[in-house]
Ligand binder design. Sequence first.
Ligand SMILES: Nc1ncnc2c1ncn2[C@@H]1O[C@H](COP(=O)(O)OP(=O)(O)O)[C@@H](O)[C@H]1O
Ligand SMILES: [Mg+2]
Length: 329
Amino acid sequence: MDRSLAHKHLHVVTGKGGTGKTSVAAALALALAADGRTTLLCEVEGRQGIAQVFDTAPLPYTETQIASAPGGGRVFALAVDPKEALRDYLQLFYRLGPAMGMLDRVGAVDFVTTIAPGLRDVLLTGKVYEATGARRKGRQRYDAVIVDAVPTGRVGRFLNVNAEVSGLARVGPVHKQADSIMRLLRSEATAVHLVTLLEEMPVQESIDAIAELHALGLPVGAVAVNRVRNSPLSQVDLRAAATGKMKADQISQGLAAAGLDHPSHPVAATATALINEAAELSERITLQQAQRQRLEETGQPLIDLPEVQAPGTVAAVHELAETIRAGLR
Ligand SMILES: Nc1ncnc2c1ncn2[C@@H]1O[C@H](COP(=O)(O)OP(=O)(O)O)[C@@H](O)[C@H]1O
Ligand SMILES: [Mg+2]
């Protein structure tokens, strides 16, 4: 990763669903907490994905320490809840926090938090903005805030919603807040990262999202290429596999020499199976290289992240964090 990316204050992580958005956001929060720093990892989709990747109980709406980083760093986590964010919002702008109960009874809370997606995004981004600390007197301040954000298809609208609010509310505190949020999101302090796999669909979505973010004036950071597997075969072998030039008799001899000949698994059959597998691997790697080429053409920095041994464990998050950290150095 570009060194300057290590010093952003707000990191927004997006990606096609299932590519590893939550895992990468968690690993980034851990990587940025190294050397005694404190970071906050926020989720905004109510899925308790962070609790899952850290293998802990569901997160409360309050900021809670969820992990420790090497060198005394701390990672806090927060599941942003739209209803709680609405309460904060009403309190902040209208001193109306206590009116929530009444609003709830007339259905207004459901309307704002679930039915009107734009309003919901206003609440969620408002809470994230608050966590970045412009007004945090006497509360925990963070060296970096990392958001496990909405998927690529919705990220432009999500991040730009306050530009619309600012246009609707021309004056007053709501206008001011919306402007402040947009100023932060468009500033050098922010980076929007993408997570992808080297497959056609997620790569296409990443490329589309990069173009959309650029058009909105939002700063694009790195592209995390997740689940990269190193080939067990050399370039020469891969080419031989692709062009049908692997030598079955040579492979059979090697298998026999290794004592792998057995009446139920004759070496000739094993050699054929290996050659077919090598051809498939070669094809897959060629396709992946084409996808990587497309990502390189975007001009954004790419960070390769390995396929981890034990996905869904704290160890896996640490492993990914180490790779990210090495990239930061
Ligand atoms: N680098 C990786 N290696 C192996 N498995 C991974 C890796 N990254 C993510 N996964 C697995 O892929 C699945 C989706 O990851 P997750 O972070 O929840 O993605 P998203 O938030 O994009 O839906 C999970 O089961 C996770 O453990
Ligand atoms: Mg997720």
